[in-house]
Ligand binder design. Structure first.
Ligand SMILES: [Zn+2]
Length: 235
């Protein structure tokens, strides 16, 4: 099983690795990786795998049968190769910031209105949220964003750690994002924004709310009686 280094240290931009296997000349499994595989509403990382002076661009990363598979743009990697992995850090860091922002907004909405986040998709340039709420108007949402932006201007640490499933499921509101509903595992990874939110989650986040910067509302949509959709982005 590939060691998922991003779960422990989301700030690793480079690492060494050994190629474990290669399928169809372009799907590469490593012994350890800094590349996040698409899932839980967070897009995959891109970057490079370097062997000597050969560069293989990582164009997609997914999780298949529990293994993290890196799709590269050309053939040549062999099992046993010692490689250097380099992330497209600019993309990843933006995703870490907007992902952390999404937690804060989900938490404020959930606490303030009881709404559950029914869909949640991060993109490189915006975040989309779906939630169930009957009463809805743009000025109310603007107020939640303003509240979130106040928090992003303060020094609030973000921590992540594992808890036994039974203990984790006792945390009120630990599952607010349907897309991030924890898999059936004995141990869950908790992302805690101190004093603001605790969420079961396998994504990558910044370690202080100050790093988020500010966010702005892009647009709001009604998707049926109780379904609301909003788009926001880092400003
Ligand atoms: Zn998250």
């Amino acid at each position: 099983m590939t060691k998922a280094l991003f779960l422990v240290d989301s700030y690793l931009k480079e690492s060494d690795a050994t190629v474990v296997s290669v399928k169809d000349e372009k799907y590469v499994i490593l012994d350890q990786t800094i590349f996040y595989p698409k899932g839980g509403g967070q897009p995959y990382d891109t970057g490079k795998i370097i062997k000597g002076n050969e560069v293989y661009n990582v164009v997609y990363v997914g999780k298949f049968s529990g293994e993290i598979s890196h799709e590269v743009d050309r053939a040549g990697l062999q099992p046993g190769d010692k490689v250097r992995c380099v992330l497209n850090w600019e993309r990843r860091y933006k995703l870490m910031r907007s992902h952390t922002a999404a937690h804060v907004l989900a938490s404020l909405l959930n606490q303030g209105t009881g709404a559950l986040i029914t869909g949640n998709q991060l993109e490189e340039d915006h975040v989309r949220f779906d939630f169930s709420l009957e009463e809805f108007d743009r000025s109310v949402l603007e107020a939640y964003l303003e509240k979130a932006n106040k928090l992003f201007g303060t020094d609030v640490p973000v921590k992540w750690y594992d808890l036994p499933r039974e203990e984790a499921m006792k945390i009120p509101g630990v599952v607010k994002m349907a897309a991030a509903f924890p898999p059936d595992l004995p141990v869950l990874r908790i992302v805690e924004i101190v004093g603001v939110d605790k969420q079961a989650d396998g994504g990558t986040h910044v370690k202080n709310l100050r790093e988020v910067g500010q966010v702005q509302l892009l647009k709001t949509e009604n998707k049926g009686k109780n379904n609301r959709r909003i788009y926001f982005k880092l400003s």
